[in-house]
Design a protein around this ligand. Structure first.
Ligand SMILES: C[S@@+](CC[C@H](N)C(=O)[O-])C[C@H]1O[C@@H](n2cnc3c(N)ncnc32)[C@H](O)[C@@H]1O
Length: 214
């Protein structure tokens, strides 16, 4: 029996055609496909999963269900494709599952994907590292562009705490590459109000700083 394997597959920001060839092949080769309903478009799964594969959607699946699938992978020598939005290496929240796979002696592969960052740059028609570095979460100064993933309750405060002034250009990027993609530009001092007006769900990235300067 071949040893079990978990492949963490970066599936891009949502659009089925932003899946890489390697990702498509990894999904097609899997006995079990586990995908995150909130961040991935179902067609990406349907188009590539083998007809005989077991497809598990999270939610309603829980971490216990995922761990049960890993147990079966070990016991039966199965391949699990664990689909992640964007690139698994950028806020892929993989730690717990990587540890669980390693504890079970499963082989691990990671397939990189197109991050929401890349989709944001494309939607904005710019380079996010323009004029200086890109900071994903750490405080910094100078010509910096910040990208806030999973923005919390008060992104304006978070960005001001990193030294950005009220006139800093910002963009609210929602459902990048999905139908209904939304790009709203505003100054930092209008960010809270804009977000309240838009009332968006979780698929939102906020970019602020140098890359958005005219
Ligand atoms: C758990 S992180 C996953 C990031 C992912 N690994 C990546 O590389 O894009 C989820 C956050 O990514 C951002 N995100 C992912 N896909 C997005 C999309 N299509 N549009 C806007 N933001 C997205 C949002 O900030 C969301 O809260």
């Amino acid at each position: 029996m071949t040893p079990g394997r978990v492949v963490f597959v970066g599936c891009g920001p949502g659009a089925a055609d932003l899946l890489t060839l390697r990702a498509a092949r990894a999904i097609a080769a899997a006995d079990i496909v586990i995908w995150g309903r909130s961040l991935l478009v179902r067609e990406a799964v349907d188009a590539h999963a083998s007809p005989g594969a077991e497809v598990i959607a999270w939610p309603p699946a829980t971490m216990e269900d995922v761990l049960r699938a890993y147990d079966r992978a070990r016991a039966e020598g199965l391949v699990v494709a664990r689909l992640k939005s964007g690139d698994p290496g950028t806020f892929g929240l993989m730690d717990e599952e990587l540890a669980a796979a390693r504890e079970r002696g499963l082989a691990i592969d990671i397939v990189p994907g197109v991050s929401a960052l890349g989709a944001a740059a494309a939607a904005l028609g710019t380079e996010l590292t323009r004029g200086g570095p890109l900071e994903l979460s750490r405080p910094d100064g100078g010509a910096v562009t910040f990208a806030l993933f999973m923005p919390g309750r008060d992104p304006e405060r978070e960005l001001r705490a990193r030294g950005l002034g009220g006139d800093t250009p910002c963009a609210i990027l929602h459902r990048l590459s999905w139908p209904g993609e939304l790009v709203v530009r505003c100054r930092l001092d209008a960010l809270t109000e804009q977000l309240a007006d838009l009332g968006l769900d979780g698929k939102t990235l906020i970019v602020a700083g140098a890359a958005l300067e005219p």
